[in-house]
Ligand binder design. Sequence first.
Ligand SMILES: [Zn+2]
Length: 460
Amino acid sequence: MNISFLGAADGVTGSRHLVDTGTQRILLDCGLFQGWKLHRERNWQPPGPLLQADAVVLSHAHLDHSGWLPALVAHGWRGPVFASPATCELAAVLLLDSAHLQEEDARRANRYGTSRHDKALPLYTRADAQRAIAQFVPLTPGRVQRVGGAGGATLKLTPVGHLLGACAVTLSAAGRHVVFSGDVGRRHDLLMPPPQTADLAEAADALIIESTYGNRSHPAEDATGQLAEIIRRTAARGGSVLMPAFAVGRAQALLLLVQRLKRQGTIPASLAVYLDSPMAQQATQLYLRHGALLRVPKAERASLCDGLRQVTSVAQSTRLSAKLAGRGFPALVISASGMATGGRVLHHLKAMAPDPRHAIVLPGFQAGGTRGARLVAGESEIKIHGEWVPVRAEVVQLQGLSGHADANELIDWARQLRQPPRQTFVVHGEPDAADTLRTRIQRDLGWAVRVPGFGESVAL
Ligand SMILES: [Zn+2]
C-alpha cells in the first residue's frame, strides 16, 4: 500500500490523498487549493495520478476537501464519489456555487483584461459541477461499502462533528487500514455533536490527521458574550456589523447565536439581521432538513429563521450595500464568502471597511493569503476588485466558534484509536501548526509520526 500526499501537505487547502492498495487507487478528498497564489496556481495543473483513481471519498463538503472534483471530472474522470448523504447534498450546493464563482472570475478577467492568457477560461463550469454531482454515491455512516468487485477495498464513514455530514474515513484493503480524520470537530460545537470514535479501525496501519489548529488551544470563553459586546458597542456608535461567514455551517451557527442573544435580551430583539447569501439560505434549509444530525433542540431549529431578512437578488444586495455605506444604521449582516475571497460580502466590505463606525467580525479560520487573514493581521488597506480600500472599521476575530478541534481535542480524538497506528501523517495545517501537532503526538502518545511533504509518496 502506498499513500501520495497531493494536497493539504504544506497548508490547509487542497486536501487530496491518493491511496494505492496495489490493485486499486482511492482518492481521499478532492479539494480546491485556496489562499496563497502559489497554492491556487496548483488548481490549474493537470490531474496527473488523480485521473487513475477508481473512486473518490469525500470526508465532508467544504471546498478545500471537495472543490476540485468538477475539475477532475472536466479532465474526463468518471467514477463513483462516496460521501455521507448530508455531505452529498451540501457538496452539491457548494460545488455549483464554486463553479458559478469560477465562471464569474473568468468573465471579469476577460472584461478587464486581467488574464495572462488571450481568453480566460473558468477552472470549471456549472455543467462540470453537475456532472460531478451526478457521480455521487451516498454512503450511510457506520456501514461498510465495497469499492469495485469482490476483494476490493472497503470504506466506512464515522461522524466527526465539524460540519453537517462530516466524517472520518476508514479505508481497508488486504487486511490493512488507513484512517483519515477529515476535519475533526469540537466537543462543544454549537450545531454538531462531538466526534464519534467507537467505529474507527481496531488497528490502523496509517492515520492521516488534520492539524488546522495543531498549535492552538481554543479559549475557554464562548463566543456568545463577545458577540453581544461587539454588537452593542457598534450599534451604540451608529454602525453596523458585517460578518463574512462560511455559508455552510458558520452562517447557521451565527443565526443560532443571534437568536439566543435576542431571546436573552442581551441584544435588542428589533436589531435587523440580514442573511445575504443565497447559498447560506439553501444550506440553512439543508441543516434544518437534516436537523436530527444536529445537537440543536427541535424548538430552536423551528425558530432559527424567525424575523430574519433574507436577501435574495443581487439588486437587493446592492441596495443594502449602499445603505450600509451611507448613514449607518444598526444592522447585522451575515454574508459569504467566509474568508472574503469572493461573493457578495466583498461589496459590503468595500462599503463598510472605510467607516470607523462599523465593525467587521470574522467568525472563522482565515487561511494565509486571504483578505480575511489580511484584515485579522490589521492591514490598513485591502484590495477589492482591483481597488485599494482603506480599513478604518473595527476588525474583530470572533473566538470560540471554530468548527475545528484544537490541539488537545485532536490528541484526544487520536487517542481513541485502540492501538497506536503504525504510521501517523500530519496534514492540513500551516507549517507551524502541523509541526507542533507532530511534536505533541510524538511526546504525548509516543507514536511514529511525520509531516509529509507536498507530492510525497510513502509506502506503508
Ligand atoms: Zn472543513
